[in-house]
Ligand binder design. Structure first.
Ligand SMILES: [Mn+2]
Length: 335
């Protein structure tokens, strides 16, 4: 079956879904695909499990995104009645949280476009490239393979660019290829204002967020003595003190990773019923394996998430113990 021919056959009723805690790539790639498919004449809706951070609400079409959390019945009906269901930026149904039952049970033809490792085969058509820096880049290539690059305008371009920039650390991660830059160049040629997007994404700090950053760097950042690991932890009480909103702690882990000599960083945050963790690394240190082994998580080699159901204090002790074992078992040429 050729998916590109199929999309030209008739007008479909299409729902685009993405993962829980949607990030810049989830929202950017979903909206880019949304505008593209609408331009081709399809009936399209974007649904996500829960709300996305405020720093993404400048994206054209973002007010039309429906969250399962606020309108579960409407989203269930949409997914049930969809003829085509796109699954963007996630590799298995568990990543959509409470929305997964609707996704699994949907009789729609399911198409995955994703770059996470180990895609499960719950879709009828799977586009998975685990070397790609972002799902947004894969959406560009989807449009390219359909022979529709001429349809890309500023609106479609901003979603793709937003996904690439946020998932590639502004073009710095090893997953960025010449193709990534060629795509950016092509988008700029098609009218994209890249400078405006960087401002929209990065120059939107609230005073609270900057105060939190100051506090985290001054009081909480520490580097372990015998392994090249830096970490920042944050309790619920501290988060409340700085009135932490969704997305406010994003990027903190990268400050820990920027300490000279540090090869791996962790941000460990107490949540209501669990402790959430994000890990970053440089080079060949596979934080996804660390996370899968010790903290029920996973992700990419250099960026992964995890969680622990113990208290924050116990989690920190566990983390320090496990990370030493993990580094001890790594071959020296990896470090
Ligand atoms: Mn992604």
């Amino acid at each position: 079956m050729n998916i590109y021919t199929k999309l030209n056959e008739k007008q479909f009723n299409i729902v685009i879904t993405s993962h829980r805690s949607p990030d810049g790539d989830a929202v950017g790639s979903s909206l880019a695909l949304f505008h593209y498919l609408k331009k081709k004449g399809h009936q399209v809706t974007v649904v996500v499990p829960d709300s996305y951070p405020n720093f993404l609400n400048w994206l054209t079409g973002s007010p039309e995104i429906i969250t399962f959390e606020s309108k579960p019945e409407e989203v269930e009906t949409l997914i049930k009645e969809a003829e085509l269901l796109f699954c963007l930026d996630y590799n298995e149904p568990g990543r959509v949280g409470d929305m997964q039952e609707a996704v699994i049970n949907s009789k729609a033809f399911k198409i995955m476009i994703d770059h996470h490792l180990h895609p499960s085969d719950f879709c009828d058509y799977t586009i998975s490239d685990t070397n790609s820096c972002s799902t947004a880049q894969l959406v560009y290539e989807f449009i390219e393979n359909a022979g529709d690059l001429n349809l890309i305008d500023e609106t479609i371009g901003e979603g793709i660019y937003c996904g690439i920039v946020t998932d590639s650390g502004s073009f710095r991660f090893p997953s960025v290829t010449p193709k990534t830059h060629l795509i950016a160049a092509d988008l700029i040629q098609r009218g994209l204002n890249h400078s405006r997007i960087h401002e929209n994404l990065f120059d939107v700090n609230t005073l609270n967020r900057l105060h939190l950053l100051g506090y985290a760097l001054n009081e909480k950042l520490r580097v372990l003595e015998d392994v090249p690991v830096a970490l920042i932890d944050l309790s619920l009480e501290e988060a409340e003190k700085f009135d932490v909103k969704k997305g406010d702690t994003e990027g903190l882990v990268n400050y820990a990773l920027s300490v000279e000599g540090v090869k791996m960083a962790a941000f460990i945050r107490e949540d209501k019923d669990r402790v959430k963790m994000s890990f970053r690394s440089k080079g060949d240190i596979p934080v996804n394996e660390f996370s899968a082994q010790y903290f029920s998580g996973g992700g990419h080699k250099n960026a992964a998430g995890g969680m622990c159901e113990k208290s924050l204090e116990e989690t920190l002790v566990l983390f320090e113990k496990n990370i030493r074992v993990f580094f001890k078992n790594l071959t020296t040429d990896t470090i």
